[in-house]
Design a protein around this ligand. Structure first.
Ligand code: SF4
Length: 349
């Protein structure tokens, strides 16, 4: 259950009763400074709270240093390290707010010891981030292998008096993920980074992640989440907030619902909803408000009136509702603009 040890990452905290933070990972090459910064800024603007970047080369270290020195990104940056423990040492030195290491490919205790010493010197946490992809053979009991390796790693870190840890153990099978994280939750007091790995394209990956993480989060397991998707990193952030919001674990973003449409629908509802979503995003609203966009008068007025803000469309026009009250009727060509103006007038941002 939640109430793990609290770990500080930059200015943020995870664990305890802190809010569950949403993170992502950049897709641009870390060596490509301009595109990397562009992506980080876009993620930050889109609500991403912690971001990980892949560190594979000295050029990547150089760019991490530049970003930290220029202070152009406020959210904490996590250096993702595999294979070469020396990159972990360098990333810590140039200002990474946290590092992630994978004990399936950095395996020597001597190397772990050096990383621990450097993390202590710079007072930053380490994520022990296992991934089933690190198990090469077609092993029978992958879950057991992951948990055993995790135990061995944590035992070593604790024997070195290092407790500033975050734990993850990702796998692509939702049911295995649930088993693994339930075990982790039972056995350790460290904050948990939750995430299903190698999930696929955004639609399928979002559903699979939502199912697996939803079960765990509902049981109180998870202190920070990343929805890994093959695609735009910003969608990972959107999906993360949608999962948390559906479980009432984060109440600081608007929720837009809309009907599935059917033969009764008289408008191009899909594009209207996309337009509303885009405009709402620009308002940068930091609280949970329910916005309902409905295609006709059958369920439309009912659903729209249950929401904080709603539109129910008719043939040529739509009715705008605010907190259950009909506010006005507008022609469909201008209704989205009028709707957004009304929301703005309520000063909810
Ligand atoms: S609200 Fe109207 S258009 Fe939308 S699904 Fe229901 S009946 Fe169909």
């Amino acid at each position: 259950m939640r109430n793990k040890r609290i770990v500080k990452i930059g200015d943020l905290k995870i664990g305890g009763k802190e809010k569950i933070l949403v993170q992502s990972m950049t897709k641009n090459k870390t060596e490509d400074y301009l595109n990397l910064v562009r992506e980080l800024k876009r993620l930050e603007k889109g609500g991403c709270e912690i971001c990980r970047i892949a560190i594979k080369t000295d050029k990547a270290i150089e760019n991490l240093k530049k970003i930290k020195e220029a202070k152009i990104i406020k959210m904490p940056i996590v250096a993702d390290i595999h294979f070469d423990y020396r990159l972990a040492l360098k990333a810590i030195k140039v200002g990474a707010d946290k590092i992630r290491i994978n004990p399936f490919n950095i395996t020597k205790e001597k190397e772990w010891r050096e990383i621990i010493k450097m993390a202590k010197d710079f007072n930053i946490p380490i994520r022990i981030g296992l991934n089933a992809g690190g198990i090469r053979e077609r092993e029978k009991d992958i879950e057991r292998i992951i948990l055993d390796r995790l135990k061995r790693t944590i035992d070593f870190f604790e024997s070195e008096n290092f407790y500033d840890l975050v734990i993850s153990a990702k796998i692509s099978e939702p049911l295995s993920l649930i088993n693994i994280y339930e075990e982790i939750d039972k056995n350790y007091q460290y904050p948990i980074h939750l995430g299903l790995t190698e999930t696929g394209l955004p639609f399928e990956g979002g559903i699979r992640s939502g199912v697996a993480m939803g079960v765990l989060l509902y049981k109180g397991i998870g202190d920070t989440i990343r929805v890994s998707l093959t695609g735009d990193s910003l969608l990972e952030v959107v999906a993360g907030f949608e999962i948390l919001s559906a479980l009432n674990l984060r109440n600081d973003l608007p929720v837009i619902i809309s009907c599935p449409t059917c033969g009764r629908c008289e408008v191009d509802l899909e594009n209207i909803v996309k337009e509303v979503k885009k405009e709402i995003f620009k308002l940068n609203i930091k609280k949970k408000i329910k916005i309902a966009i409905m295609g006709c008068e059958v369920n439309g007025p009912g659903e729209a009136s249950h929401a904080d803000y709603g539109i129910a469309f008719g043939k040529k026009s739509g009715i705008i509702f605010i907190k259950g009250k009909i506010i006005r009727k507008e022609p469909k060509e201008i209704i989205v603009r009028k709707f957004i103006e009304l929301i703005l007038r309520e000063k909810i941002s």
